[in-house]
Ligand binder design. Structure first.
Ligand code: SF4
Length: 418
């Protein structure tokens, strides 16, 4: 379906370009071009430079969760022996990979895949991972590379025990950028395209600029931005930040928010519908996006802050590898406690949040484990109350709507008392 890009709303652009991105990967596969599966916070500008189509398993798994089809895939992974304590993005993706493999082997589409609402992405020819968020990522992609007998391209980004980052850490990462270039030249059988790489870096910066522009509307009080839209639109900055259409979509959305703000229309309509503002810490509960949003809306509580979508604030100087290395490494999950807590404090204070809602995510230990300490740090500085709820980003078995509702209600009571 073609779309009139000049007249389309941001929502229409989002749906159209998300599908286009997957379609480009499927088309690449059909034409015999290379396809890579990449970790979500990896610098895929290198792959853009070599015309390699990239798919993002984390985003794909999140989409499966939101479309409520993750359970089928998790069951396939369960049967394959993946322990339920492993991150559900991995398990969802392992289930999907298994079905793709069966299809490739037999020529027949397994029923679970044929009936699935999961968007179709092709089997990879290589995988790319960076451990700037967790070490699960390394095992995940290494395992797939072994299973499929394909190249595993990997960048080690050491944990930043002290900040600011040392020069030798950045040099160590730049050395690996150079190794990635060499590996891609060998795989593709042609020289690295430095001009395309520079263009991809510049495009990435323009996209990130629009992404930050969108997020900045949550700092206004009342907020024209419903923070859940950061979850909805983040695919644009995660999967296609080096493509012009991500900039187009995010710019349109930022323009719409600007207009809403001008005419006095806010996240929940009129200004009086915003009675509380909260920071949501952690990944969304994708299978229950509707239920979690509805409860917050019932309580007239707008999500204005979240550190999670801000992880894709990849600002760097195109052409400067040291600056690129620093940006990709200083993701808050890859930084020591004091830096992480201070970053979290900035999210809560900039978003003018009155409370904090912590997602204790069974899948993502690195995000969940320091939630409490971060919230205590912010509470000491600003006095904002916080509560937590148990959940999982993709496994629908690990969430109870009633618990979520009562925690939100308790938080609202505490915010009213402040
Ligand atoms: S454990 Fe957390 S950071 Fe790692 S892949 Fe899973 S969701 Fe992402």
């Amino acid at each position: 379906m073609e779309l009139n890009v000049n007249e389309a709303s941001a929502k229409e652009l989002l749906a159209y370009y998300q599908e286009k991105c997957d379609e480009e990967a499927r088309q690449a596969k059909k034409e015999g071009r290379l396809v890579c599966w990449s970790a979500a916070l990896a610098p895929t500008e290198f792959f853009e430079a070599m015309d390699i189509a990239v798919c993002y398993p984390e985003t794909h798994s999140a989409g499966c969760g939101a479309k409520k089809c993750s359970m089928d895939l998790l069951e396939v992974a369960d049967q394959k022996g993946y322990n339920i304590d492993i991150c559900s993005y991995v398990r969802n993706n392992a289930g999907y990979l298994e079905l793709l493999k069966q299809e490739a082997l037999t020529g027949e589409t397994p029923e679970k895949l044929a009936n699935s609402k999961a968007s179709r992405i092709p089997l990879p020819d290589m995988v790319f991972a960076v451990n700037n968020i967790c070490n699960t990522i390394l095992k995940w992609y290494e395992n797939f590379a072994k299973e499929l007998n394909i190249p595993f391209i990997c960048i080690d980004m050491p944990f930043n025990h002290t900040m600011p980052m040392t020069r030798h850490t950045k040099e160590y990462i730049v050395g690996q950028f150079q190794a990635v270039i060499k590996q891609l030249e060998e795989i593709c059988g042609r020289p690295f395209n430095y001009e395309k790489f520079y263009q991809a870096q510049c495009q990435c910066q323009r996209t990130v600029y629009q992404w930050n522009r969108v997020a900045s509307f949550a700092q206004k009080k009342p907020s024209p931005l419903n923070g859940f839209d950061l979850f909805n639109y983040m695919a644009m900055v995660v999967v296609c930040r080096s493509k012009p259409y991500s900039e187009i979509t995010l710019r349109r959305f930022a323009d719409e928010l600007e207009e809403k703000n001008k005419i006095g229309k806010y996240a929940f309509g009129d200004a009086e519908n915003e009675q509380h503002r909260i920071t949501w810490e952690g990944i969304a509960v994708w299978p229950y996006l509707g239920g979690t949003f509805k409860e917050l809306k019932n309580e007239k509580t707008v999500m204005t802050g979240s550190a999670y979508p801000g992880m894709w604030d990849f600002e760097y100087i195109p052409g400067d590898m040291m600056s690129m290395a620093e940006t990709y490494s200083k993701v808050y999950l890859n930084c020591c406690g004091p830096q992480r807590y201070e970053d979290f404090y900035k999210v809560v204070s900039n978003s003018k949040s009155d409370g904090i809602l912590l997602h204790l995510n069974r899948s993502c230990k690195i995000m969940a484990f320091l939630n409490q300490e971060g919230a205590e740090y912010v509470n000491e500085k600003m006095g904002v109350p916080f509560v937590s709820f148990d959940g999982d980003q993709t496994d629908p078995r690990v969430f109870a709507q009633a618990q979520f509702d009562t925690r939100v209600q308790a938080l609202c009571e505490m915010m009213d008392e402040e």
